[in-house]
Design a protein around this ligand. Structure first.
Ligand code: HEM
Ligand code: HEM
Length: 536
């Protein structure tokens, strides 16, 4: 029986929930160290900060659209008619102690959260960490991106200022463009004709309850999967598909992670203390008639806004007097294409390469040139839409016509991804060839030596074994030509697979083999001993 207070407490916990087993199990989990594995952590920590700051805001924010006349301390708006939601946002900003700071922290954390989630997803993609067995976790991640966008949109629509109201106007337009049921859908959501008096309280329920609950549930599943699957690792000496080389969660990783959390907290405090974000008092209350110039949504919604800005008007037409707004509808389509393609990619790649094996060792992006090129193409596509949301500001800045700007974005919408794909693939192949050179002949040292018989040679420095392993130990994405099935015939689907796979994977740089390495070493020795003879 323990005698100290700590001992008694530990014993209490142990005999009721078996805490030591949990701590032992989880504490011994090994987490590999690499900066790119910190991105998921940033997402996690910024989310925690969102929950903390958001909870603070709920104490003062009034999710209601009742009529109010401003009588607060901000002089330019005194006497202005507004909703209670906007009034309470102003109160949080000007009257509640620390309110502005926490509001800004909530907003900055939202922006950083989406950055972290996106870059984390790119790290997963470009390293092939989504491959079996992590495909489902990848899809959980895609759901998290969508939920994050939903959280952000419902959040910045709450203050009911001019900017957020114009954002909601776009949602109203998107809904109304749905053929036949559009108007009804919009009326249903807004509780009558836009903007109505219900939308803020409805968004509020979504924003502080449903969406966060879903995000928390998905993060829990997500992290559970990370524990079950164990973490992937970069190729390196001693790293295999069956081990994880790194640090135990307790104490090393937990200490690092905890410290890192506070660093992010500090960074966000700094940003929120110094830099204004979403200065709603400048925009004024929402009123459907004015739109301020140069408005933009938060960055993670920008790509959809940009799409709407460049889609051609002729996609809207009438059949029997009924309007069909394909221009608006296709915005939803673009989103579905992007998210759908991301969700099925792991399965598509496995089918294409007939690679259904488990992978726990990451690919260096250059070693899978096609995947990397596809990823860059998608990023370029996204970036073109995203930039198009600022087309008006760019036109002003560069003294260009807004129409020309729109045409440039329309062209880049199609051309950008293609160029991105081609250039990236060539760059990757080039980098792989450079790696091959280094493996076979060592680093260029820049030291020129003159041999006794007069010949000049550059000395090459050999690689250390770790680096050698890293550069040599990779699997080329496979290209498997069409194979006959069980009936001895090549099916149509198989033929199609082989055609696409050939286009994607035929052109590649194979890893250096042991024989090649031996042969290269032999050559070097031959040169050296040869020069000896010449010298003697
Ligand atoms: C791994 C958190 C969103 C896919 C991880 C890890 C954490 C994490 C802490 C382990 C460390 C790391 O590898 O970075 C989160 C949080 C998210 C989020 C809090 C958002 C709220 C996403 C998204 C995707 C994704 C959007 C993909 C579309 C994955 C995968 C792994 C992973 C496949 C396993 C990686 C490996 O073992 O190498 N996540 N993540 N996650 N995440 Fe996320
Ligand atoms: C407002 C994002 C989670 C409560 C906002 C705003 C954004 C946002 C961008 C507008 C802030 C502004 O006025 O400039 C997010 C994101 C979340 C999240 C991305 C999660 C991923 C939460 C949670 C709560 C919360 C969990 C509550 C528990 C609020 C409240 C407001 C708000 C009350 C209105 C206050 C105001 O705008 O001043 N949110 N939020 N949020 N959020 Fe969140």
């Amino acid at each position: 029986e323990p005698t100290t207070a700590v001992g008694k407490a530990a014993n209490f916990a142990e005999t009721r929930v078996g805490a030591s087993k949990m701590v032992r199990e989880f504490g011994r989990k090994i987490f590999p160290s690499h900066w790119s594995f910190m991105l998921g952590e940033v997402a996690l920590y910024t989310f925690i900060i969102l929950v903390l700051t958001g909870t603070f805001l709920t104490f003062w924010f009034k999710p209601a659209m009742g009529h109010a006349i401003y009588e607060g301390p901000y002089i330019p708006l005194q006497g202005v008619e507004m909703s209670e939601a906007y009034e309470s946002t102003l109160a949080i900003s000007f009257e509640i102690r620390g309110g502005l700071f926490i509001r800004q922290m909530h907003h900055w954390a939202a922006l950083l959260f989406m950055v972290a989630v996106s870059v984390h997803a790119l790290r997963i993609f470009f390293t092939g960490a989504y491959r079996r067995p992590r495909e489902i976790n990848w899809m959980v991640g895609i759901a998290l991106i969508a939920l994050g966008m939903g959280a952000g949109f419902t959040g910045y629509s709450l203050p009911d200022d001019l900017l957020s109201g114009n954002g909601l106007r776009i949602i109203d337009g998107l809904l109304k463009s749905i053929p036949l049921i559009g108007t009804y859908t919009s009326f249903f959501l807004f509780g009558g004709e836009f903007p109505g008096v219900d939308i803020v309280s409805r968004l509020y329920t979504l924003h502080i309850m449903i969406v966060p609950a879903l995000i928390i549930a998905f993060i829990a599943i997500h992290l559970m999967f990370v524990v079950i699957h164990k973490h992937t690792q970069w190729p390196g000496a001693g790293h295999t598909n069956r081990n994880v080389v790194g640090e135990p969660v307790l104490p090393t990783f937990a200490a690092k992670g905890g410290g890192f959390f506070f660093m992010i907290f500090a960074l966000l405090s700094f940003l929120s203390g110094i830099f204004t974000i979403n200065a709603v008092w400048n925009y004024g209350p929402y009123d459907p008639s004015p739109v301020s110039a140069g408005t933009q949504p938060d960055w993670y919604i920008g790509w959809m806004d940009g799409y709407l800005r460049i889609v051609p008007g002729w996609l809207e037409f009438y059949i029997f007097g009924l309007p069909f707004s394909l221009n608006i509808n296709t915005a939803l389509l673009a989103a579905l294409v992007l998210f759908g393609a991301m969700a099925i990619w792991p399965f598509f790649e496995a089918w294409l390469t007939k690679d259904y094996r488990e992978h726990h060792i990451l690919d260096r992006p250059r070693n899978n040139p096609t995947r990397t090129a596809v990823g860059v193409a998608a990023v370029v596509w996204y970036a073109v839409m995203w930039a198009a949301a600022s087309g008006d500001l760019m036109a002003v800045f560069f003294h260009m016509s807004l129409n020309d700007m729109i045409y440039i974005f329309r062209i880049m919408f199609f051309l950008g991804p293609i160029l991105g794909f081609i250039i990236t693939k060539r760059v990757c192949l080039g980098l792989q060839r450079k790696d091959r050179e280094i493996v076979l002949h060592g680093y260029e040292s820049g030291e020129i030596i003159r041999l006794p018989h007069g010949e000049f040679q550059e000395r090459h420095k050999p690689l250390d074994p770790h680096k050698l392993w890293k550069l040599m130990a990779y699997e080329s994405p496979r290209f498997i030509p069409a194979e006959p099935g069980a009936d001895g015939k090549i099916s149509k689907g198989e033929k199609r697979r082989a055609t696409i796979a050939k286009y994607f994977y035929e052109d590649r740089v194979a890893p250096v083999t042991k024989e090649e390495l031996d042969a290269a070493h032999h050559d070097h020795h031959a040169v050296e001993s040869g020069s000896h003879e010449a010298g003697s």
